[in-house]
Write a protein that binds this ligand. Sequence first.
Ligand SMILES: NC(=O)c1ccc[n+]([C@@H]2O[C@H](COP(=O)([O-])OP(=O)(O)OC[C@H]3O[C@@H](n4cnc5c(N)ncnc54)[C@H](O)[C@@H]3O)[C@@H](O)[C@H]2O)c1
Length: 248
Amino acid sequence: MNALEGKVAIVTGGASGIGRATALLFAAEGAKVVVADLDGDGAEATAARIGAAALAVRADVSSPDDCENVVRTAVERFGGLNVLFNNAGIIRRSTALDLGVEDWDRVMAVNVRSVFLMCKYAIPAMTGGGSIVNTGSGWGLKGGGNALSYCASKAAVVNMTRALAIDHAAAGIRVNSVNPGDTDTPMLRDEARQLGEDWAAFAADAADRPMGRAGTPEEIAQAVLFLASDASSYVTGSALVVDGGGLA
Ligand SMILES: NC(=O)c1ccc[n+]([C@@H]2O[C@H](COP(=O)([O-])OP(=O)(O)OC[C@H]3O[C@@H](n4cnc5c(N)ncnc54)[C@H](O)[C@@H]3O)[C@@H](O)[C@H]2O)c1
């Protein structure tokens, strides 16, 4: 029996990295998947790899209208909603001194406001209960250098997860965060670019943890699948760290 047989899932940020790997894994485990991303072509490409069990929706997760449309599309097309993976995110590698005010606002909108908006529209659609997984970060649980807005946004995601878990447990909805350490995705490479660092040196730094390497998107996806599926039926409000021992 597949872990998500008969379930309908939304994956935000599904065009790339962790979101794409998770959309593919969800589908392989039997789910119908709505792949939502600002990058409409990328979302289409992920959905095309899945086939008839997937649908791509171009959406800016900081927009209430777009979030409402993603949920409506899932329900109209696939008949309900069981799983929401709030994963779309951006990073700005800056201190308070060099971070633009617009960049602060954009990071908070894409990483935090999005979780509120998607939950606002998705929870009423989860009429038979459900599971929500929010992507936090190791930097939602500790601080990090040159990443003020990102650290603030991911700490908000971790604690919003707990608040949502409390509010919606009675409706049969579990809410957890997955907190990756450095994972080899386009975002990690973009960080090296933002900091003006050579990729090889940046990657070596990312590997500096007990397990001696960065994670893969597929490894994060396996943790998300656990939280999304009934295998985690008594887990809610938790912050699952998936980082090769980095935080330890
Ligand atoms: N890669 C890492 O090392 C790492 C570590 C910890 C946490 N994370 C988190 O994991 C999540 C996924 O990151 P990733 O590494 O796969 O990055 P990625 O850049 O490969 O993927 C992010 C996706 O989000 C989409 N996106 C960006 N803004 C959006 C918006 N406004 N609306 C809809 N989609 C939007 C992008 O188009 C992209 O497809 C993010 O929340 C990130 O903060 C990543």
